[in-house]
Structure formats: structure tokens, C-alpha cells
Design a protein around this ligand. Structure first.
Ligand code: OAD
Length: 254
């Protein structure tokens, strides 16, 4: 059945000029980056749910613990490589197959860029950066002393925090605006590896659909989006995306 649906999705893409790809943690799952949800479970570290650790309240209450949690996550991600899904997207961007291909991610792992994607709208920030709580200057993690926790701003002396969006915080306005603009004008919104539970990111396919776009989803499990999607491909991103975005998309799938 998946073969027929995959072919249908390829048929839709064949006549498309403007595509928006929205990715979530599932696109990095085959790189061994843990997802937050899935299979009925939620990510827990040291007995604490990730929503509590990755929250604006925790930055205020226990910044050293937030740094420990993000150091742990960076350690996990540092050992991971981009997978076939990241590479398929990067190759498609570079090929210019679509007149307009926008990549929006909820991931903070930087794996899309490591795979060669140049323009990536990172809705939730970048785990490889830190930001001053006072003057908001952004620093690359590689430029900060690894032993200093929390690190201190070289400019104003305040403490730094991870440059990521935490629960209870706003998303970066310019990035979000651009993502919504592209969602409103795309013909196809391809939603890969996200539970579609976290807003405002989950609103992008809704906006695209309301403006007339087709929704194609790739996920091994049904999600909050599945019933609204035009096509929901049940499977892994690393297996399905390379087939879906292959340059010879005109060929039949056997
Ligand atoms: P979730 O962990 O909520 O969802 C991951 C999705 O990936 C699930 O629906 C899985 O079924 C799916 N999945 C697992 N393996 C996959 C594979 N190989 N290929 C494709 N899909 C696969 O992650 P997100 O939806 O990205 O925000 O979560 C959204 C936000 O919640 C995250 O960006 C993070 C978190 O709170 C912040 O940290 C601000």
C-alpha cells in the first residue's frame, strides 16, 4: 500500500514548484538523536520530564542544571551524523528541482546544516550556540570555555543560557514570520518526523492547507496531523524521503 501512496506523493511533487518541508525530531531519529515523544513515552532525564528541564522556569530556578542537561544533549548529538533523510533534503535543495524549497525545522541539532542544507529556518534555535541573559549577545559554543558552567558573557558579565527556545518562551519572530509567509505560499507542505503537537510549529501545515496546499506526511506512527493530511506515508524518514525526493521522480516505484 505504501508503494501506491508513495507514487501518489511523487505525482503531486512532480507538478509542484513551491515546497515547504517541516521537520521534527523524527528526521534525526535514524541518526540516533532521541525523539521527545513517540511510542507512547516521553523523554525523561534524571527522573525529570524534558518539558520541565527545557523550560523558562528552570532557567530562572536552576541555570546550572539547565546547562548540565544541554551539555548532556550536546554530547549525544556530537556523536551523531546526518542520515539519508537530511542528505536527501540537502541534495534536493542543491539540485534546484523545485523553484522554491523552504526547509523549516523544529530541531536544534544542526544536522540539516551538517548535511549541506544552507538555508534552514530553525524555529527552536541552535544547541551549538549560547546567548547572554542580559545583553542577548550570541556566542558559538566552540568559543566558550567548556569548564565554565554557567558560562559568563565576555561583554556584560551576565550568565549565558542555551540559545534555544524553551517551554514558556516565544519563538524568534523573524524566523517564524518567514516560515508562515512560506507556508501561505507553498503548493505542498511535506511534514516529516514530528508529532505535530507543539505550537506554533504545528500551525504551519494548517496555514498551508488553508491556503490551498497539499499536505504530505512521513511518520512511522499516526500523529495529530494524520487525519488532515492528503497523504500520510507510514515509515521512516531515512527510507522514504530519498525515494520521494529522488531526482528521477518521474520513474515508477517498483
Ligand atoms: P516528537 O518527539 O514530539 O515527535 C517525533 C516524531 O517523530 C514522532 O511522531 C515519531 O513517531 C516520529 N519518528 C520517530 N522515528 C522516526 C523516523 N525514523 N522517521 C520519521 N519520523 C519518526 O518531536 P517533535 O514533533 O519534533 O521543542 O517535537 C516538537 C518539539 O517538542 C521539539 O522541537 C522540542 C519539543 O519540546 C523544544 O525543545 C522547544
Amino acid at each position: 500500500m505504501i508503494v501506491g501512496e508513495l507514487q501518489q506523493a511523487r505525482d503531486i511533487l512532480r507538478t509542484t514548484q513551491r515546497v515547504l518541508i517541516l521537520t521534527g525530531a523524527g528526521v534525526s531519529a535514524e541518526s540516533n538523536v532521541p525523539t521527545f515523544r513517540g511510542g507512547g513515552t516521553s523523554l525523561v532525564w534524571r527522573g525529570m520530564p524534558f518539558e520541565q528541564l527545557s523550560s523558562a522556569q528552570m532557567v530562572e530556578a536552576n541555570l546550572p542544571l539547565v546547562w548540565e542537561w544541554f551539555d548532556y544533549r550536546r554530547g549525544v548529538i556530537a556523536a551523531c551524523e546526518p542520515n539519508a533523510a537530511h542528505h536527501a533534503i540537502a541534495k534536493c535543495q542543491q539540485s534546484g528541482n523545485f523553484a522554491d524549497l523552504t526547509l523549516v525545522t523544529q530541531n536544534i541539532d544542526g544536522l540539516h546544516r551538517r548535511a549541506g542544507s544552507t538555508e534552514v529556518l530553525e524555529l527552536h534555535g541552535d544547541i551549538w550556540q549560547a546567548r547572554c541573559r542580559g545583553c542577548e549577545t550570541v556566542f558559538e559554543m566552540r568559543d566558550l570555555p567548556a569548564a565554565q558552567r554557567p558560562p559568563v558573557c565576555a561583554g556584560c558579565g551576565d550568565f549565558l543560557r542555551p540559545n534555544v527556545v524553551l517551554f514558556g518562551e516565544m519563538l524568534p519572530v523573524r524566523v517564524l514570520e518567514k516560515a508562515f509567509e512560506r507556508a501561505e505560499s507553498c503548493d505542498v507542505c511535506l511534514v516529516v518526523g514530528t508529532s505535530s503537537l507543539v505550537y506554533p510549529a504545528a500551525m504551519l501545515p494548517e496555514v498551508a492547507q488553508a491556503a490551498g496546499a497539499k499536505i504530505v506526511e512521513i511518520n512511522p506512527e499516526p500523529t495529530a496531523l494524520t487525519t488532515r493530511a492528503d497523504i500520510s506515508l507510514r515509515g521512516k524518514a531515512g527510507e522514504l524521503l530519498p525515494q520521494l525526493l529522488a531526482e528521477d521522480a518521474r520513474a515508477e516505484i517498483s
